[in-house]
Design a binder for this molecule. Structure first.
Ligand code: FES
Length: 87
């Protein structure tokens, strides 16, 4: 048995796991992100997202453009309650 190939170092996801979920029919980048937490680690997907995009393209026959990129979300920031009241 060969060593696992780590795709996402932040969330400890292997290439085999990615391939299994794609084979189960999860063929969108957003599906894989939600299931495997890809791109949700400290690097925010700089390493793993391009790898997963290429694997999705290879397994589905789609282009990278068709696969798309993750939807960016701003970081949540706490706000003091006083910001919602008028003086
Ligand atoms: S390698 Fe996947 S989020 Fe950092």
């Amino acid at each position: 048995m060969s060593d696992p190939i780590i795709v996402c170092r932040c969330e400890d996801v292997t290439l085999q796991e990615v391939r299994e979920w794609i084979s189960r029919g999860y063929t969108s980048l957003e599906d894989l992100r939600r299931i495997l937490r890809l791109g949700m680690g400290p690097c925010q997907g700089r390493t793993c997202i391009p790898i997963v995009q290429r694997e999705l393209a290879r397994m589905t026959g789609k282009s990278i453009d068709e696969i798309g990129s993750p939807t960016g979300r701003p970081p949540a920031v706490g706000v003091e309650l006083g910001a919602f009241t008028s003086d």
